[in-house]
Design a protein around this ligand. Structure first.
Ligand SMILES: [Zn+2]
Length: 78
């Protein structure tokens, strides 16, 4: 395991990790989610799974690490 690039969760202090998913249209999404309380950033859309470049992941990571309220949701705001 490498050290996480994500800061601890601002809500519960637990570790965060990157999640990725395909939606029903096979669009590829990535976001950062807390493994403790489920707080997460908004999803970032990528055109397809080949978009794994560091810049793309840096955007997702920055959403989490900058803790902007417009980019970060806790469970109650889902
Ligand atoms: Zn949390």
């Amino acid at each position: 395991m490498t050290e996480s690039p994500f800061k601890p969760c601002p809500f519960c202090g637990d570790a965060a990790f990157i999640r990725t998913s395909y939606d029903e249209d096979e669009c590829y999404w990535a976001w950062v989610e807390c493994k403790g309380c489920g707080a997460r950033t908004r999803g970032h859309w990528a055109s397809d799974s080949s978009n794994t470049c560091p810049i793309f992941y840096a955007e997702v990571r920055d959403d989490w690490n900058q803790r902007s309220p417009t980019h970060l949701m806790n469970k109650e705001s889902f």
